[in-house]
Design a binder for this molecule. Structure first.
Ligand SMILES: [Zn+2]
Length: 292
């Protein structure tokens, strides 16, 4: 009788080990909650860089060292990069007003140069072309909020009108990229120091948004100029990068992603090479600190 119980115990132990120890059963270690169908969270999207292949499964990266570290509060998002110091040389490429028919070409240049960027999109354009928004996120870039309509004569009538338009854009981004996608990054149309909107900055902050202007540009939308050639855009770009006012350790470059800015596509590769030669590290604005 005792031998029967010993055999039973042995069988039980073997079964317990098979079901409890097999690596294939450890689904609980997979990161984060599943995104909304069709959605892509930041952690998954950034794994796509630098391969920049939207069709790739956002599965575990090849090397363990590349795997984003996560904590309870930071579920689904990669560890923030090291803090910016006085000695840092960080550049944030930003593209406003898209997506557009040029988005794909911009993404190709960014993929070729293997650098990330931030796209401040308009909700109207995103509604018209959600696949372009998906392509931006899938390639590891950050999709951020630049209002739904960009109709400044309406949205700058009051803080409430502005916030409603910002929230409409945020909802559009979430409907395309999933509820988990961060939508707290914002850029004021024409910048936060514009007198039409500067009184609303506090309301925007209190609503939980971080906003970012720029301290360099390629001049692809400066008023009073005819359409600049790629060479002229490059000249303007170098001029502003070399003469960044204030915090030179962080350069935010304003460019545009609209149908008429094909010359920005043409000069982008040279602009990135110039910044690399100067020793800049490229980041998205996701973890940047807002400055007043
Ligand atoms: Zn704009």
């Amino acid at each position: 009788m005792r031998r029967f119980w010993l055999v039973l115990l042995a069988v039980f132990l073997v079964l317990a080990c098979l079901t409890g120890c097999a690596p294939s059963k450890r689904v609980e270690i997979l990161p984060g909650p599943s995104p909304t169908p069709g959605g892509l969270n930041i952690a998954q999207a950034q794994q796509a860089l630098p391969s920049a292949s939207p069709s790739q499964q956002p599965s575990a990266p090849a090397e363990a060292s590349q795997e984003p570290q996560e904590s309870e509060e930071n579920a689904g998002r990669p560890t923030p990069p090291p803090p910016v110091t006085e000695d840092s040389k960080i550049v944030y490429l930003t593209f406003d007003d898209g997506p557009s028919k040029n988005t794909e070409a911009l993404l190709e240049v960014l993929a070729e140069k293997q650098v990330p960027a931030t796209f401040f999109i308009l909700g109207t354009n995103a509604d018209d072309h959600p696949e372009r928004v998906e392509a931006i996120a899938a390639a590891g870039h950050l999709v951020a909020n630049h209002t739904y309509s960009h109709q400044t004569d309406e949205i700058y009538q009051s803080a409430d009108a502005l916030l409603a338009d910002i929230e409409k854009c945020a909802e559009t981004i979430r409907s395309i990229l999933g509820e988990e996608y961060p939508t707290d990054l914002f850029r004021f149309p024409y910048g936060s120091t514009n007198k039409a909107c500067r009184d609303y900055r506090q309301a925007v902050r209190e609503a939980g948004y971080r906003y970012f202007d720029w301290n360099a540009l390629n001049g692809d939308a400066e008023t009073g100029t005819y359409k600049r050639t790629p060479e002229e855009l490059m000249e303007r770009f170098k001029e502003t990068v070399d003469d960044v006012d204030g915090r030179k350790n962080e350069v935010i470059v304003l460019m545009h992603d609209t149908g008429s800015k094909e010359n920005t596509v043409k000069m982008l590769g040279d602009a990135i090479d110039y910044l690399k030669e100067l020793g800049y590290e490229f980041r998205t604005l996701e973890y940047a600190q807002m400055k007043d």
